[in-house]
Design a binder for this molecule. Structure first.
Ligand SMILES: [Cu+2]
Length: 239
């Protein structure tokens, strides 16, 4: 009989066991329940149905407008579990920073000090890792358990658009289940723009309806065709 940790992704990371009974009658009827606890992930036909449906009246799209640069970077981000309709008729239990996936876009400029308070309001351990800083993440960005909080400070020394994410193992699953966002660090000579938008790319690895991401799903190949009205076109393929 096989056993495994039923928290999403932990089985794939090796938390399995095998029970080998000795001295008993080999009666398979007594072990027939062993797969009952496995919920079935959503299928491609569930996704096809969703793609043809309209969002509910209450659907609110993410605002893509980049927030203005502020001088105060004392930010509290709560790690939470959220039931969210991720596509029409498809609900997943996401792990989030601040209640949304992606989490809020943060913005500052080179030299700014960010002070992030991570509060774990979720049900499993989480952490936060900022690529905009240059600290070794293992201790200052360590995993904290539900009910705990952690203050993390970094100085933004390099301009760019950086990812922040949960780095608790299995890290790829925590990111896939919603724990990611963008940090924008302006360079000193950034010219003004009439409008500023941010695009954060992500994927869904649909688990069971109402459940968490399925760690066994493979990453998609994405082809982005980009066409602008000044007649310049380009195509990028991301394996
Ligand atoms: Cu996490």
């Amino acid at each position: 009989m096989d056993g495994w940790c039923s928290v999403a992704g932990h089985r794939q990371m090796g938390m399995t066991l095998t029970v080998q009974a000795t001295g008993v009658i080999d009666d398979r009827a007594h072990t027939g329940h062993q797969n009952d606890a496995e919920a079935v992930s959503l299928t491609s036909s569930d996704v096809s149905r969703s793609l043809g449906a309209h969002p509910d009246a209450g659907f609110v799209a993410h605002d893509p407008v980049v927030p203005a640069t502020s001088a105060d970077h004392r930010i509290t981000l709560a790690a939470t579990d959220e039931q969210r309709e991720v596509a029409p008729g498809i609900t997943q239990r996401l792990w989030t920073f601040g209640g949304t996936a992606p989490g809020p876009t943060l913005r500052g400029k080179v030299g700014d000090i960010f002070e992030i308070t991570l509060v774990n309001d979720g049900t499993i351990g989480h952490s936060i890792d900022f690529h905009a800083g240059s600290l070794s993440p293992d201790e200052p960005m360590r995993t904290i358990e539900p009910g705990e909080s952690l203050v993390y400070r970094f100085t933004a020394r390099r301009a760019g658009i950086w990812m922040y994410h949960c780095s608790t193992m299995p890290m790829s699953l925590h990111i896939a289940n919603g724990m990611f966002g963008a940090v924008i660090i302006d360079p000193p000579d950034l010219p003004p723009a009439d409008r500023e938008y941010v695009i954060v790319q992500s994927e869904l690895y649909l688990g069971p309806e109402g459940g968490e991401a399925d760690a066994t799903r493979s990453s998609p190949t994405i082809r982005i065709s980009w066409c602008s009205t000044d007649m310049r076109t380009s195509t990028t393929t991301i394996p």
